[in-house]
Write a new protein. Structure first.
Length: 275
């Protein structure tokens, strides 16, 4: 495996970029967290059935339990630096548990029944990671509210952005009750058909994402400046939602990547601009 920084750069370039705005002595811990997140987030993509996914998630649960018990970390290129980060910055183990519990839900291909259940999933899959990153940046427990808003907003925007990818593998994260209310059939989504109902549904969920991002930006003002690197995904998500609105909330319309614009947006936020 390459260095952790190279690993995160190759597999999670947006979060790699945010780490560059963190204090140098905290960056390795963030790279360890984001490498761990990638390892568990991709389980659904690389397993042939849910049982194998459960086994892989249990491996990570056992590895974290051993770290918590003070045992030597497993000889794994992510586990060892993760153990060091946990020890150095007293990272909350319950946040790891929430994240793993959420990733277990990925193994069920049924859409979440309600927006509330989707938000609960994102609180684990996305907000828990931001909570851990804030802890690594020295906020203690003060960043939970900011992490909650940022995680749900970023996660929801990310799911809308990834809708074509998930549809291609017949996975659907849009709430079932919202699908029914807008008259959207799952098969139409899987077929890549951007109906008026789907556009309205995506627009409604994008609005919810913006509300959570605004909540996170307000809470971020209460945190020390060095914690901002963990919340820079808020700025990235705003860009995704802006692109989505510009294409009429058609999730299947191609959007060209704009890495320079993203870099400038993140840099602006890091220097004290609006998240």
């Amino acid at each position: 495996m390459a260095t952790l920084a190279e690993f995160v750069r190759d597999h999670d370039p947006d979060r790699f970029l945010t780490v560059l705005f963190a204090p140098p002595e905290r960056r390795e811990a963030l790279f360890a967290l984001y490498a761990f997140n990638f390892e568990v987030a991709r389980i659904r993509e690389i397993v042939s059935d849910a049982m194998i996914g459960q086994i892989r998630l249990q491996w990570w649960r056992d590895a974290l339990a051993e770290i918590a018990a003070g045992k030597a970390p497993r000889a794994h290129e992510v586990v060892q630096p993760l153990a060091q980060a946990i020890a150095d910055f007293e990272l909350p183990l319950d946040a790891f548990e929430r994240l793993l519990d959420a990733r277990e839900l990925d193994l069920d291909d049924q859409p979440p029944p309600t927006l509330a259940s989707l938000s609960s999933y994102l609180d684990g899959a996305s907000a828990a990671l931001i909570e851990l990153a804030l802890a690594a940046l020295g906020t203690g427990g003060e960043g939970r509210a900011a992490a909650h808003g940022a995680g749900i907003g970023y996660g929801l925007a990310g799911l809308l952005r990834a809708l074509p990818f998930h549809a291609g593998s017949r996975r659907l994260y849009l709430p079932a009750d919202h699908l029914a209310r807008h008259g959207v059939e799952a098969e139409d989504v899987f077929a890549g058909q951007p109906s008026p109902g789907l556009k309205a549904l995506v627009g409604e969920l994008a609005g919810h994402a913006r509300e959570h991002l605004d909540e996170a930006a307000e809470e971020a003002r209460k945190l020390p400046r060095q914690a901002r690197a963990a919340l820079l995904p808020v700025s990235i998500a705003r860009g995704w939602l802006k692109d989505l609105a510009g294409q009429g909330h058609d999730p299947f319309a191609p959007v060209p990547p704009r890495p320079l614009r993203r870099l400038l947006r993140v840099g602006s936020a890091a220097l004290g601009g609006r998240l």
